[in-house]
Each structure stands twice: as C-alpha cells, then as structure tokens.
Design a protein around this ligand. Structure first.
Ligand SMILES: [Zn+2]
Ligand SMILES: [Zn+2]
Length: 477
C-alpha cells in the first residue's frame, strides 16, 4: 500500500490496517495514525519521522523507517521488530529504523526487537520493555525513567548519559554495556573509570547547551519562537529579499533577555531575528552577509507593527509537499540543558582544542580500545588513513569521544559547540577581524523549522565575542 492510500482510508475513519505493507513514503512526515491497528504490518523504507502512533497497535509489526520524532505514547508494540534480520556476511543485525527522539512514553515494547537500533534521546518513560532485545542498541541520552526492563537484553548497548531512574532491571542482561554519566535506577550516577578520567582531562572544553522545548502555537511578538508572527517596528514592512524582491520567510527569533540564567547578557539584549529567502530565484547561498537573509538584533521598545504575514514563495519544494513544509508557529516555552563538547578533529586549528592519542592513553589504559570497539575498526581506519591522509590516532581519539557522547550535539540548539558538517568555518568580525566563534544558535535541517540547508546541512548563527552587534549566519552541508 502506498502512504497516500493509507492516509485517505484513515481520514475516512478506517482504523484496521492489520498486515498491510506500507512502502516508501518520504513525503509523509507529520501524519496522524493514532489509535489505528497495524498488527503484523510491515513498514519498509518509510520516512514517517514525525508520525503520531499514540495508542496505536503495532503488535508484531516490522518497521524499517525513519521515525526520528514519531510519537508512540501508550502504543502496543509487543513483539515489534525495528531491525532487519541477520546479515549472512557479518552475522550482525542491520540497523534499519532510526528512533532518534521518538516518544514511547507508556508504550508496551515487550519482546520487541531493537538490536543495534539508534534510539539516541528516545523517550521511554514508563514503557514496558519486558524481555525486549536491545543488544548493541545506541541508547545514549535515552530516558528510561520508571520503565520496566525485566529480563531485557541490554548487552553491548551504549547507555552513556541515559536515565534509568526508577527503572526495573530485574533479570536484565547488562553485560558489556557502556556506562558514563548514566543515571542508575537508584538515582546514583555511574561513571566508569576510564571515561571519568578522560572527562576530567577535557572538562575545560565542556560547554552548556540547550535544546528548545516548544508548543505548537504562536507566542506574543517578543517571545522566542520558530515561525509565527515576529516583532516588527511600527512602520516596518515585512522584510523583502533584495535579490528577488519576494517576502522572506521568518525562521525564528530569540528573546536574548529570556534565555537560561547561565546565558544572561552573554549574547547581548533584545531580539535576535532570522529571516531567509525561500523562493526558488537562486537566492540560496552560504555567504555570511548575503542580501537574501536578514539576521539582526532589534530592541522591541516601541509598539510593534501589525502588518500581515505575506504569502511566502517556496517553489524550491514541490506543491505536494507544500502543506507540510509550512512554517507552523512554535513558541519556545523552555530549554533542556545538555553538556556539549567540541568537534575534536575540527576545532584544533581555530580554537586550539585538542586531546591527543598519547594524552588519552596517559589518563587511561588500553581498556579504551576494548571498551569502545575500536580494535575491530582499526583496519578500516588504516585504510582511510592512506586514502585521506588523516592520522589513525586522531581518528581513534575522535571516535572514542563520539562513543562517549562527548561531542557536539547535532540538531537545533542554543549555545554550545558547532556541529560542523564540513571544516571549521568561523567568519571574521567586520569590526575587529577576529573569529566570530561564539555559537548563539544552531539550526539543523528539518528540525523545528521545515527547511533543508542544501543536502541536509546545518545553519550556524555566530557572534563576535567582543562585538555583540556583529552576528552572522552561515551554513554547511
Ligand atoms: Zn530571494
Ligand atoms: Zn569583533
């Protein structure tokens, strides 16, 4: 079945989709499929990344899909499989689904197959995972508060920074799990020695960062928000792209006076606003001061303008996709704290950030290699070294830090370190010529804003640490 047909039938009130086969459907990201019965259904190559499966029945379904932010609250997923069968060649399960930030609050995942699946930051609060198979799963930053993991198999899973407060792990297999900053069921924090020594070594590079928490509604004109109605001066017209003369899309604004307390005055005062041209008139570019973007800090001291939001051209996306590519208003109602670390290979030249292989081994033992599965990958890296001329030792260090979740968070975030897609690229401050190396905000493709930077790239809002009025936006892909 194609996704179009499924949606039409769902809209007509049908809820029984037992045993269906749903094929490729990348266009349907935000769809409501709540309370439907998908028992024994097969989802193949589906991009239902923000689909709503709340209270749905997915018993014994096989799911090969990008469900990064899908919602499965109180869904019945007993016996569901999120990974493909064993590969003949490698004897390893192939990761097929991606459950990055999916919400499984209260869901039943008993005996579900999640081997090697990427569940980074997944929400599994109060979920039932009795006898679930989580071998080798990437569960970094996942939230298992009060979850029932009785007899679950977690061997070789990466649990760094995960939260198990109040979880039941009776009979669970936790052989060779990776623990660092993992909150255990009794609320204590587990840090294994190697990692805590490395963390101490690199602690001065640690920065605080925050993920935006949003509600789907517009806030007032001075609120921090994505889309919706921005603050404009009383006589101000809607910003126009000076390249194609079309109105620009309002991406987001941050009220710099209402950020987390640790950032008070860090970026200055007022509203940081970002508009960008989304017409197809070749107004795309990565120049920091191009005429098809408006990045500014304004002081909302006067009565705001009430000019209407114009119809924004967005021809770069097909008409079919237009309805879901709309910039829905999302007001930022809070910030979720996280620890952020630099890109260990990238920031070296510009910020002097480095930890060398020797340093890593001075503070640790060769357990590092065992613990982080590095030995088995070493041959690949030696091959890459010949090809790309980068040091195998640097790769080992970078890979270790990634494994330990000491890396820049990838996604929309406030402050922290840039998650560079390409090489480090801080623009020069027009006033002092120094690097504008303060990250105010990172805007990922299709995170809160339905916009793709080139080929799934990332946008960076940067500021001169000395001259707070100097802000720049650039993007990489
Ligand atoms: Zn334009
Ligand atoms: Zn400057």
């Amino acid at each position: 079945m194609r996704a179009e047909e499924l949606l039409l039938r769902y809209q007509d009130g049908e809820r029984n989709f037992q045993g269906i086969e749903l094929r490729y459907s990348d266009k349907f990201r935000r769809v409501d499929l709540s309370r439907a019965d998908f028992s024994s259904a097969h989802f193949s190559n589906c991009g239902l990344r923000e689909a709503n499966f709340d209270h749905a029945i997915l018993r014994n379904a096989t799911i090969d899909a990008n469900l990064r932010r899908a919602s499965f609250k109180f869904a019945d997923l007993q016996g569901a499989s999120f990974c493909q069968e064993f590969h003949v060649a490698s004897a390893l399960p192939k990761r097929s689904s991606f459950l990055g930030e999916a919400d499984f609050t209260g869901a039943n995942l008993a005996t579900a197959d999640l081997r090697a699946v990427d569940c980074q930051q997944a929400i599994l609060v109060s979920a039932a995972l009795v006898s679930a198979d989580l071998r080798g799963a990437d569960l970094r930053n996942a939230n298992f508060q009060n979850a029932d993991l009785t007899n679950a198999n977690l061997s070789d899973a990466n649990l760094c920074h995960a939260n198990f407060t109040g979880a039941n792990l009776a009979g669970a297999n936790t052989t060779d799990v990776k623990l660092a900053d993992t909150v255990l069921p009794d609320g204590s924090i587990s840090r294994y020695e190697t990692l805590s020594m490395v963390e101490a070594k690199v602690s001065h590079f640690q920065r605080s960062a925050w993920k935006p928490l949003v509600e789907i509604r517009d806030g007032d004109q001075t609120a921090s928000k994505f889309g919706g109605y921005p603050w404009l001066g009383v006589d101000e017209a809607w910003p126009i792209c000076s390249h194609c003369q079309e109105p620009m899309q309002f991406f987001f604004q941050l009220n710099l006076d209402q950020l987390p307390a640790a950032l008070a005055d860090k970026f200055g005062k007022g509203l940081l606003q970002f508009f960008y041209c989304t017409s197809d008139a070749d107004c795309e570019g990565w120049l920091t001061s191009s005429d098809y973007q408006l990045l500014r800090i304004v002081q909302p001291s006067r009565t705001p303008s009430t000019v209407g939001i114009p119809k924004i051209q967005s021809d770069s996306i097909s008409k079919k996709q237009e309805s879901e590519k709309q910039f829905h208003s999302q007001v930022i109602v809070g910030w979720q704290y996280m620890s952020d670390y630099p890109d260990w290979t990238g920031e070296v030249e510009v910020q002097g950030v480095s930890i060398t292989y020797d340093e890593l081994f001075k503070v640790a033992t060769d357990k590092i290699l065992e613990d982080s599965d590095l030995i088995k990958d070493l041959d690949d890296w030696i091959y890459m070294d010949e090809r790309e001329q980068c040091s195998v030792q640097d790769m080992v260090v970078a890979e270790f830090m990634i494994d330990a979740a000491m890396m820049p968070f990838e996604g929309d975030k406030l402050a922290g370190w840039p998650h560079w897609v390409q090489a480090v690229e801080y623009p020069r401050c027009p006033t002092c010529d120094n690097a504008m190396n303060t990250l105010i905000f990172e805007l990922a493709s299709d995170d809160h804003v339905p916009f793709t930077w080139g080929d799934l790239g990332t946008g960076y809002i940067l500021q001169c640490p000395e001259h707070k009025e100097q802000v720049a936006c650039l993007w990489q892909c």
